[in-house]
Design a protein around this ligand. Structure first.
Ligand code: NDP
Ligand code: F7E
Length: 308
């Protein structure tokens, strides 16, 4: 990307969008176009058409989406399907009509079959049944991958699809019910410490395994791939290392300095038993993460504290 190029970061206020913005500023880019959802609802075809015709961005990072943890995905099933299909259809199609040079689409590790072999290789896409709790979101994300590939095949568009593992970082969502596990547990252990609560309850059995990547590492990978990768299909972005939810809870408990007990609420869903990314393709392209989980949790906790 040319340093003076006009770059549209859709979802620039979110955790990933703000990390991509920080990375691009650090790399010397200055010409950004941004909109909040209040001023541009990306679900609205007409609004998106007017925006692209007026702004004519050169490059697009698609970090706008309806996002949430396992319970949010399972509760707001219609919104996760409708909002995400609308947002990506509008942004991808208008990027094509308005001559965007390159677009990066963000999918998710939940696009892989629930019982796929581990680690998850890119070619396991569409080889089995999806996890029920996030099927609507996963179906939308799979449609986004296929849309990028179809526009590449028919129109020659240079649109790439990246599949991040579970993310956390600055500007995360700490909603008690709708967030992902890592921010949810930072908040719950912190509040239990402050209030002197004797125990903290974790959803599910604690046995599912998850992989976590700090959002600034994800942003660095997205920038690297925008500069160095022009292929169809998908590419995983992760660390290639995972741990159980129980182990994650112990790590967050230690970081926060909480000394009570941990209980498990098995009435809540576990979701996919494991989704460890195979990151050999990413490594072969020349990118590897730099922030490990204990350091990342410290950084995220400091960010959480700074906003209390
Ligand atoms: N968080 C995670 O663990 C993972 C995230 N991803 C993907 O990364 C991307 C970014 O996620 P993340 O940063 O965590 O999510 P956030 O919820 O932090 O940010 C999402 C952004 O999307 C924007 N947005 C949502 N709906 C609309 C709309 N109708 N019109 C315009 N903008 C809208 C919001 O804008 P505003 O602030 O203006 O309202 C918000 O800034 C998504 O594609 C997500 O699927 C993939 C894997 C894991
Ligand atoms: C990124 C990814 O995020 C979602 O999938 P998920 O990986 O299952 O995400 P999660 O972070 O919500 O949960 C991970 C695990 O953790 C357990 N868990 C314990 N206690 C809490 C808790 O308090 N909150 C949450 N949310 N989970 C908890 C929870 O029961 C589960 O076993 C997708 O819907 C989809 O959106 C997607 O792509």
């Amino acid at each position: 990307m040319e340093k003076e190029a006009k770059i549209y970061i859709a979802g620039h206020r979110g955790m990933v969008g703000s990390a991509i913005h920080r990375k691009l500023v650090a790399e010397g880019f200055t010409n950004f176009v941004t909109r909040t959802s209040d001023t541009l609802d990306l679900r609205d075809q007409k609004q998106v058409a007017v925006f692209f015709a007026q702004e004519k961005p050169d490059y697009v990072f698609m970090a706008a989406a309806k996002v949430g943890g396992i319970v949010a995905n399972n509760t707001y099933r219609a919104e996760f399907l409708y909002d995400n299909l609308q947002i990506q259809n509008n942004v991808i199609h208008q990027s094509h009509l308005n001559g965007v040079k390159k677009l990066l689409f963000l999918g998710s590790s939940c696009i892989y079959p629930k019982m796929a072999p581990q680690p998850l290789k890119e070619d396991y896409l569409l080889t089995g049944t999806l996890e029920e709790t996030n099927e609507p979101y996963a179906i939308a994300k799979i449609a986004g991958i296929k849309m990028c590939d179809a526009y590449r095949a028919q129109y020659g568009c240079n649109y790439i699809s990246v599949m991040p593992t579970n993310l956390y970082g600055y500007n995360d969502n700490y909603h008690p019910q709708n967030s992902h596990v890592l921010p949810a547990l930072i908040r719950r252990f912190h509040e239990a410490k402050v209030n002197g609560t004797p125990s903290v309850t974790i959803w599910g059995t604690g046995s599912p395994k998850r992989e976590f990547l700090f959002a600034d590492d994800l942003a660095a990978a997205c920038y690297y791939l925008m500069e160095n990768y022009d292929e169809p299909n998908l590419i995983n972005i992760g660390t290639g290392e995972d741990l159980s939810i129980k182990e994650l809870a112990e790590l967050i408990k230690k970081t926060i300095g909480y000394e009570g007990e941990i209980n498990f609420d098995t009435s809540k869903p576990d979701g996919t038993p494991r989704k460890l990314m195979d990151v050999s393709k990413l490594h072969s392209k020349g990118w590897k993460h730099t922030i490990d989980l204990p350091e990342g949790i410290q950084l995220a906790y400091q960010d959480f504290l700074s906003k209390q």
